[in-house]
Design a protein around this ligand. Structure first.
Ligand code: 5GP
Length: 188
C-alpha cells in the first residue's frame, strides 16, 4: 500500500505464506469435520479476512463438512492501544443460536489468551455439540491463561503486528501481509 509504505519496519509473513497457512488449515479442518455440519464463528473485526479465506479453503479441500454456516461476533479488547486491557467487551453477539452445533471459533491472533478464553467460556455455556478454536497468528509468549487452540496457522514474533485484518488505531487492516510497524508510529 502506497500510503503505508514508510511506516512498515518489516514484513513478517507475506501473502503467499499466509495463503499457504490458510490452505493447510483448510485441509485439516475439512478432514476433521468430514461429513458433519460446521459453523465457522469469526471474531470481528480482526478475523474478517481469515474467516472468509478459510471458508473457501475448506470448500476447496477434499472431504469437508456436509455444510458450512458462517456467523460473526464482535469483541473489543485493545481499544486504541497496543496492549490488551484484559477486559473483553462483547460489541455484537452471534446472530444464530449455537446450541447443538459444531462450532469453530476463528480468531486472527492470540497473545495473552484472555479474549479467546473469555469466548470459549461464554460459548461453551451455550451447549454447542463441539467447540474448537482456530487462530491464524499465535504469539505464545505472554499467555495469562492456558487456552486450548486446536488449529494454529503461523507463530508470530512477540511484537505488535498489523495487516491481514489486524489494525493499529483502525488502520492497516487491508495490508495483504503481516507486518511490524516502525516504532515512531506509536509516538505520533
Ligand atoms: P489477547 O486477549 O490474546 O491478548 O489478544 C487477542 C486480541 O487482541 C486479538 O483478537 C486482537 O484483536 C488483539 N491483538 C493481539 N495481539 C495483537 C497484535 O499484535 N496486533 C493487533 N493489531 N492486535 C492484536
Amino acid at each position: 500500500m502506497q500510503t503505508y509504505e514508510g511506516t512498515i519496519e518489516r514484513i513478517l509473513f507475506d501473502r503467499t505464506e499466509i495463503a499457504e497457512a490458510i490452505e493447510r488449515l483448510g485441509r485439516q479442518i475439512a478432514r476433521d469435520y468430514a461429513g458433519q455440519p460446521l459453523l465457522l464463528l469469526g471474531v470481528l473485526k480482526g478475523a474478517l479476512y481469515v474467516a472468509a479465506d478459510l471458508a473457501r479453503a475448506i470448500a476447496r479441500s477434499p472431504g469437508g463438512p456436509s455444510h458450512l454456516e458462517m456467523d460473526f461476533l464482535v469483541v473489543s479488547s485493545y481499544g486504541n492501544s497496543t496492549r490488551s486491557s484484559g477486559e473483553v467487551r462483547m460489541l455484537k453477539d452471534t446472530s444464530e443460536n449455537i446450541g447443538g452445533k459444531n462450532v469453530l471459533i476463528v480468531e486472527d491472533i492470540v497473545d495473552n489468551g484472555l479474549t479467546l478464553s473469555y469466548l470459549q467460556a461464554l460459548l461453551s455455556g451455550r451447549n454447542p455439540a463441539d467447540l474448537r478454536s482456530c487462530v491464524l497468528f499465535d504469539k505464545p509468549y505472554r499467555r495469562r491463561v492456558d487456552v486450548p487452540i486446536e488449529y494454529v496457522g503461523l507463530v508470530a514474533p512477540d511484537e505488535f503486528v498489523v495487516g491481514y485484518g489486524l489494525d493499529y488505531q483502525e488502520k492497516y487492516r487491508n495490508l495483504p501481509y503481516l507486518a511490524q510497524l516502525r516504532s515512531w508510529v506509536f509516538s505520533e
